[in-house]
Design a protein around this ligand. Structure first.
Ligand code: FES
Length: 134
């Protein structure tokens, strides 16, 4: 049975105040657990909406941000992998230029409510703090 909205929001993790993410500006980094591994993730705002992805290029699993939290290229229209320049659509995660064109970032469920931004964990991603360090 699918989780209800209320149940899934109960598992939601607060990431930051909504106004901490400005359109095309710096993102917020956080950590998720995937197959018992801790993996970096991030959320950014684009065209008014907040989007979240694993912080792993679709080409080689390296973090995208060349300076911590800087995910957009200079125009603020695309996310960019600093290592080899892959460009991604911020709202879909689709790579539209670079070595992994046509591949996509792994999207996470992000919700904004009551002035805050939340990550809503959905399989295969789990909160990183419910393992050994809970
Ligand atoms: S590691 Fe991201 S474009 Fe190569």
């Amino acid at each position: 049975m699918p989780e209800s909205g209320i149940e899934s929001m109960a598992a939601a993790r607060s990431l930051c105040p909504a106004d901490a993410l400005v359109d095309g500006g710096a993102g917020v980094r956080f950590t998720v657990e995937l197959n018992t591994r801790q993996v970096g993730a991030f959320a950014v705002r684009f065209d008014g909406a907040v989007h979240g992805y694993l912080n792993q290029c679709a080409h080689v699993p390296m973090e995208l941000d060349w300076q911590e939290g800087q995910f957009f290229e200079s125009s603020g229209l695309y996310l960019i992998c600093a290592t080899h320049g892959a460009m991604y659509e911020p709202d879909s995660g689709l790579c539209v230029g670079g070595p992994c064109r046509g591949a996509s970032l792994a999207k996470l469920r992000i919700e904004e409510r009551d002035g805050n931004v939340f990550w809503v964990p959905e399989a295969p991603y789990h909160p990183a703090d419910t393992a050994d360090n809970a």
